[in-house]
Design a protein around this ligand. Structure first.
Ligand SMILES: [Zn+2]
Length: 98
């Protein structure tokens, strides 16, 4: 029973005010699209942890190889790890693409 944001409330303060950077972070106020898992249909980030997608279990992310791949932005290694990990290798592409 969460609030249902039917109308995007854009808190535009004073239009034309001093905005040196010319932009605000898009995730700060803009109602962004909810990213749903293509496999389980649950949201990836915008839900309480119990309701989020858990197709890829936390232990996979805690693997040293995963941590290194994330740290070095080696997406190829990360994808190979997820596709080969015993906890995730059975998942379809829609779950792994999350
Ligand atoms: Zn999922």
């Amino acid at each position: 029973m969460n609030t249902t944001p039917t109308t995007p409330t854009t808190p535009t303060g004073s239009a034309g005010s001093a905005n040196p950077a010319g932009s605000t972070p898009p995730d700060a106020k803009t109602p962004t699209r909810v990213s749903l898992c293509g496999h389980c249909g649950r949201p990836h980030h915008t839900a309480p942890p119990a309701l989020r997608c858990a197709c890829i279990p936390a232990e996979v992310w805690n693997e040293p190889e995963a941590a290194r791949a994330i740290r070095t932005l080696d997406l190829g290694a990360l994808i190979r790890l997820v596709r080969a990990h015993p906890r995730t290798r059975h998942l379809p592409q829609t779950a792994l693409a999350a």
